[in-house]
Design a protein around this ligand. Sequence first.
Ligand SMILES: NC(=O)c1ccc[n+]([C@@H]2O[C@H](COP(=O)([O-])OP(=O)(O)OC[C@H]3O[C@@H](n4cnc5c(N)ncnc54)[C@H](OP(=O)(O)O)[C@@H]3O)[C@@H](O)[C@H]2O)c1
Length: 352
Amino acid sequence: MTKRVVHIVGTGTIGEPLIGLFSSLRDHFGIDEVTFHKRTPLSHERAKVESLIRRGGKLVVDEDRVDDFERLGHKVSFTHGEALERASVVIDCTPVGNENKPRYEEVAGPKVFMAQGSEYGFGQPYARGINDEALDLTQRFVQIVSCNTHNISVIIKTLAADGDGKLRLARGRFVCMRRATDISQAKGFIPAPEVGKHKDARFGTHHARDAWGLFKTLGYDLDLFSSAIKLNTQYMHTLHFSLDLERPITREEAVARLRDNPRVALTEKLSAALVFSFGRDHGYYGRILNETVVPVSTLHVSEDGKSLSGFCFTPQDGNSLLSSMACALWYLYGEDPAPRLEGVRPWMFDEI
Ligand SMILES: NC(=O)c1ccc[n+]([C@@H]2O[C@H](COP(=O)([O-])OP(=O)(O)OC[C@H]3O[C@@H](n4cnc5c(N)ncnc54)[C@H](OP(=O)(O)O)[C@@H]3O)[C@@H](O)[C@H]2O)c1
């Protein structure tokens, strides 16, 4: 029987937890092996690499770096070329997925190659729970959209869809208040809020463009616009949304729609620090895997019921991790991964 091998490229903010998640959930997901590629041999990252190996991952390095990694004391299991040939699923977690794509195109074995948020155009866009029905398993390249695109999209899909599942959104406006850096990053912090340019004539920033692209796969041509501002925090991104609906709803209905979506967490907490801290104590190594966390008291519905606004928190990178796992399972088994994703249920919350 063919082995199911998941190969993850990159051990940074996204790669590191993904290697850990696939390794710990190997039995649950029915995966035979997890391999991971690290590009640069670094003595200060030796502990991280050894920990990932202890958790079940197999180290993969470039052909010309094997000696360097072995000199650091690591056991190298495969070269990158070998690992790509044996993989069933390849998840690129680097900021250069598009640059790596020509190499992937030459490899016949894997059922799917994924790249992450920054790699626009890498393949069909995907977010779990948003466009599963549009995921074309005959296409081998998929872009897992960014964490903020997940958040925008889940807010649209949850609040603007009627009982029949059809979106009735007249327009959506979003302000992405982004954390300056991740807690794993020691560079790039900013001393004060920094506003972002509107580089896209139609969408403002790429966040609305990417959400538009996701819903385009479902046949919608939504009127979306986003702005971005970086805040001098390492906690979660915060999103302000403002939706105009074609049909009125009550505030109670809006709250019920949020509550009924298992990928949305509700909270009474108003501080990103408190939500983040909950994740630290109850998440997967600090991460919750919900697509958004909505402080319910910020939800406002206009008197005519057609305009909704409020705030929500983007759970760091948890939603991209969930979609990467869901996408891998879709391609491995060719069916909805809901039963296998029950394995990550402990890190998805209704209430925070
Ligand atoms: N950070 C987030 O919260 C977040 C959320 C959602 C999506 N994303 C997306 O995830 C992707 C990765 O972001 P990240 O934050 O995880 O990056 P990161 O922490 O900077 O890590 C980048 C990783 O990629 C590796 N790498 C860099 N260039 C490479 C190359 N040319 N070939 C092979 N490996 C290379 C690095 O390896 P070495 O260190 O060994 O050189 C490192 O392990 C981006 O597309 C980003 O948009 C990030």
